[in-house]
Design a binder for this molecule. Structure first.
Ligand SMILES: *Cc1c(COP(=O)(O)O)cnc(C)c1O
Length: 434
């Protein structure tokens, strides 16, 4: 009934998540409030890990792209599912380290890792560093020398596939800040160079073609291009590439108009492409990694707001203002991202009005949605925005000095806090004032 399986409605016509009444949760913890359903996250994890096993056997690993929602509780959960973790900054790496995440299952990405971040990764003994460019390669080699360590690396490759457009185009991706291009020969040169450096162990290749993608062909195309490159590397450099990381990017359902492919279909198609290309080019099957972020946590989270003032401008539009907005969810502002909204305290009431849902920040563009169908809303209603588990908390800011909301985890009829609500003291804690 509501885009995510963990959502339902109770006898009081309140929205529930994991069986708990969202109106009561909003009262207990305050608003805005991020609410996650643990069973849903675990279910999403297992869909991936089981699918990998079914279609590719044991020679694969699912990594969670932590940037979607990175907290210590989340790192612990991912570890308990036996998965790996993708981090792209010292902050994400530190979070995982503090949560006790096994460092050998960490993949450290990023197009501009600092010297300090690389040093931190080496000192933690991170499993893989995904090298983006020549300068980084040399910096890493030098830092390894100093630390008397070797780094096991993957290389970020632009496979030349632009999945952001609906019909993918084979050249668009050359203009990207991430990685090195295949078609210019730059990628082969980077590998040739790496192969000469004593502290660099060339382990694998990585690509990531975009996000919120619903089509299978771009993923298969990328897998094929990368497998062919692995064969070319073998031929030209005599190097065996052991790992192929195919990135993330699987789309999820935000509204009824979104129609995601099942992970099984995706995994089946990509595994087949990898196996067929390996056979054709006579190379060994690499270990396959995939790194979904959004599709692990997106559907498992919702945000609850308190409805403040409702302003009807006759003939223009109706504004419904909530006690959060762009500071806790900048995605509408950034990408016109669409969401499903409902009044949590009157979950199934007919949606016979249309609202512009506005936040409380001092920006006219601070909106969460426009042309949003809802029942007639009143001050004090609880507004739920669905599928906000990914790229909401992780993109939140303190704009207007708004404290960041709390996040809670719901499981088997119970709830507990995983991120405390920020206080005004937190807001000023780094201010220096003589
Ligand atoms: C963002 C990102 C992902 C995850 O993308 P989703 O769309 O959230 O699945 C995976 N890998 C890399 C390198 C990324 O930058």
């Amino acid at each position: 009934m509501f885009i995510s399986e963990c959502l339902s409605v109770n006898e009081e016509n309140h929205l529930t998540i994991g069986g708990l009444d969202t109106v009561s949760l909003a009262e207990e913890y305050g608003t805005p409030l991020y609410v996650f359903d643990e069973n849903q996250i675990r279910k999403n994890c297992r869909l991936y890990t089981e699918s990998m096993k079914n279609f590719y056997g044991d020679n694969g690993l699912i990594l969670y792209a932590s940037k979607a929602f990175c907290t210590m509780a989340m790192c612990k959960l991912i570890d308990s599912e036996g998965m790996g973790l993708d981090v792209v900054s010292g902050g994400e790496l530190y979070t995982a380290h503090k949560a006790g995440f096994p460092m050998e299952r960490i993949y450290f990405h990023g197009n501009n890792k600092s010297k300090a971040e690389l040093e931190l990764a080496l000192s933690f003994g991170v499993g893989r560093i995904v090298v983006d460019n020549f300068d980084e390669l040399h910096l890493l080699n030098e830092l390894c020398d100093k630390a008397e360590k070797k780094a096991a690396v993957l290389f970020r490759i632009k496979p030349g596939i632009d999945a952001h457009t609906h019909d993918f185009i084979m050249t668009g991706q050359i203009d990207s800040k991430f990685g090195v291009a295949l078609e210019t020969g730059e990628a082969m040169e980077l590998l040739r160079e790496a192969n000469t450096l004593s502290n660099i162990e060339v382990v694998g290749l990585h690509c990531h073609i975009g996000s919120q993608i619903f089509d299978l062909p771009p993923f298969c195309e990328a897998a094929q291009v990368m497998m062919n490159f692995i064969a070319d590397i073998k031929k030209e450099l005599g190097l065996t590439i052991q790992e192929l990381n195919l990135g993330g990017g699987f789309g999820i359902q935000y509204t009824e108009n979104d129609d995601p492919v099942s992970y099984d279909k995706y995994m089946e198609a990509v595994s087949r492409t990898v196996k067929e290309t390996a056979k054709k080019r006579n190379i060994e099957l690499p270990r396959i990694l995939m790194e979904p972020g959004r599709s692990i946590v997106g559907s498992a989270g919702i945000t609850l707001y308190n409805v403040g003032f409702v302003k009807e401008i006759p003939g223009i539009r109706n504004y419904l203002s909530v006690d959060g907005g762009m500071a806790d969810n900048p995605r509408y502002m950034l990408y016109d991202a669409e969401y499903t909204f409902l009044l949590a305290n009157r979950a199934t009431e007919e949606k016979n009005k249309t609202y512009t849902v506005a936040g409380k920040s001092c920006e006219s563009g601070d909106l969460l949605g426009e042309n949003v169908p809802l029942p007639e809303a009143h001050t004090g209603d609880t507004l739920a925005v669905l599928a906000t588990g990914a790229y909401n908390y992780s993109m939140a800011s303190n704009y207007n000095r708004l404290p960041r909301p709390a996040a809670i985890m719901v499981k088997d009829g119970k709830s507990h806090m995983i991120i405390k609500r920020e206080t005004y003291e937190d807001i000023i804690k780094n201010d220096i004032c003589e």
